[in-house]
Design a protein around this ligand. Structure first.
Ligand code: NOJ
Length: 533
């Protein structure tokens, strides 16, 4: 782990990650679905934005039952996205432009069409039978236990041919691999090597808290706090199906692979867990993920005191040397501009990009995209089809490039409908508007690059009132103030620890102004200022 000298920090500690949802980033071949050449064409947008790394959600061959999170070949590219040559072109060009490439590794489950599963289900004697989690029915013929699928219904499906159930934390089309089998571990670690050898700079690791299950498959206890309206899977506490002992040893084996490269590759883990459990994913002596994704900003109420408490709790819980990270949204969660509103989304951007650690921006956040309502006949997401109201299509609609046909995303009707406001809310229009959301993201990313204290300096709370969250970011040479008004009315901050100068306002209408021991924020305004040292 690099020490505290900013120059010795790794790229992923200094940098900002941008998530590309490949079906919806840019369509180069006119089939209505985004692809690898489209991502390559769009790289200049990301360079202009000022991010450092691009994480691309799954691009591997897949029947697309869960839009790529059901992989049928870990070593190829789905034809809808291109081929390995297109992938190599993308990596080469990204690297030329100074961008790192992070792929998505889906270790918990394969597609039911993966050759491993086809073999596994062929007979009970097949050498790959134990590569998946097979169990006998209970005496009454019901599934082996009460575990529920994340996407609704039981987590077990009966296979008539061999007379046993197989386990799937997600869809029946996504059977869980058995990571207690060493051959599975070896085969899956080879997948990492395959892509690292091809020049990939890191992986985001999918659903890591689901990797292994209780050996004796005990029933999960009923969740006393479950209420109507919550996801059906939450009827039970997933005490025996999630976050099991043994997971961390397996993550450490992934890390060993990442470490075996001269320039260590990055591993980010996806785990929706309370902070105390999440911290274990850094691993004993930091032998686990470099970054266990911290999703807590997504679920914390948009209130100054709640956010201050979250930051304090998270910072205090980090293991020694553990590097923080922050996320406002992704392809599975309501867009931040929908959750907090368009005006507060600007404040949220300033928060994300001024907290200590590595931020991840989800495609479209940089222009303030909101959730797009999807008419029933256009629904794609299997989660929505199984459990109406929980679908993720609204956050996966095409990126809005310009005001032209299909928002410049594709020459044809895209696979999901466009936001109605795309003629106003798009990259080209915002690039011309000096006060747009895009202009704000660019300014924030430029400031972050110029002021290493923002990514790396110490965090100290200045104040959290009902409306205002203010904190200092300080390193050996700079003392910066971040003050965010989470409400719509002007707020005065008093007794600041010294006079200073404003560097940036989310409204992009003031900078360079001096302030004394008091500072007035307009409604929905955030500012970054500097104190004399
Ligand atoms: C988490 C991914 O982000 C989500 O999109 C997917 O459906 C599940 N894991 C299953 O792979």
């Amino acid at each position: 782990m690099p020490n505290s000298d900013p120059d010795e920090r790794a790229w992923w500690q200094r940098g900002v990650i941008y998530q590309v949802y490949p079906r919806s980033f840019r369509d180069s071949n006119g089939d209505g679905v985004g692809d690898l050449d489209g991502i390559r064409e769009g790289l200049d947008h990301l360079v202009g934005l000022g991010v450092d790394a691009v994480w691309i959600s799954p691009i591997f061959p897949s029947p697309m039952a869960d839009f790529g999170y059901d992989v049928s070949d870990y070593r190829g590219i789905d034809a809808i996205f291109g081929d390995l040559a297109a992938f190599d072109r993308l990596v080469a060009e990204a690297h030329r432009k100074g961008l790192e490439i992070i792929l998505d590794y889906v270790p918990n489950h394969t597609s039911e069409q993966h050759p491993w599963f086809l073999e596994s289900r062929a007979s009970r004697q097949n050498p790959k039978r134990d590569w998946y989690v097979w169990r006998d029915a209970r005496p009454d013929g019901s599934p082996p236990n009460n575990w529920a699928s994340e996407f609704g219904g039981p987590a077990w499906s009966f296979d008539g041919r061999t007379g046993q159930y197989y386990y799937h934390a997600y869809l029946a089309a996504q059977p869980d691999l058995n990571w207690r089998n060493p051959d599975v571990v070896a085969a899956m670690l080879d997948v990492l090597r395959f892509w690292f050898d091809r020049g990939v700079d890191g992986f985001r690791v999918d659903a890591i808290h689901q990797l292994i299950e209780d050996e004796t498959l005990r029933d999960n206890p009923v969740n006393p706090d479950w209420r109507e309206g919550m996801a059906p899977v939450k009827r039970f506490l997933r005490s025996y199906s999630m976050d099991q002992p043994g997971t961390h040893r397996l993550i450490a084996s992934m890390r060993e692979v990442a470490k075996s490269y001269a320039r260590e590759r990055l591993l980010i883990g996806e785990a929706y867990l309370p902070i105390d459990r999440l911290m274990a994913y850094y691993g004993a002596d930091l032998s686990g993920f470099h970054l266990p994704f911290n999703f807590h900003l997504i679920s914390t109420p948009w209130k100054a005191k709640a956010i201050a408490a979250l930051v304090a709790q998270y910072e205090a819980a980090l293991p020694p040397g553990g590097w923080p990270n922050w996320v406002l949204g992704n392809h599975d969660r309501t867009r931040v501009a929908t959750r907090v509103g368009r005006e507060q989304a600007r404040v949220a951007a300033m928060l994300l990009l001024t907290l200590r650690g590595t931020p991840t921006i989800y495609q479209g956040e940089e222009i303030g995209m909101t959730d797009v309502p999807i008419p029933a006949h256009l629904v794609q997401d299997p989660f929505e089809k199984n459990v109406p109201g929980f679908g993720r299509d609204p956050v996966r609609t095409p990126l809005q490039w310009d005001a032209g046909p299909h928002a410049g995303f594709s020459p044809v009707e895209p696979w999901l409908p466009l936001a109605q406001d795309f003629r106003l809310c798009n990259i080209a229009a915002q690039a011309k508007d000096p006060r747009s959301m895009l202009a704000l993201y660019r300014a924030l990313l430029a400031l972050r690059r110029k002021e290493p204290a923002l990514a790396q300096g110490a965090y100290a709370l200045v104040t959290a009132t009902d409306e205002v969250l203010a904190y200092e970011r300080r390193d050996g040479s700079r003392r910066l103030l971040v003050a965010l008004n989470l409400g719509g009315t002007p707020q005065e901050l008093r007794a600041l620890p010294g006079p200073g100068t404003l560097l940036l306002s989310t409204h992009l209408d003031r900078g360079g102004d001096a302030f004394g021991e008091a500072l007035t924020l307009a409604g929905n305004e955030g500012v970054v200022g500097e104190f004399g040292y």
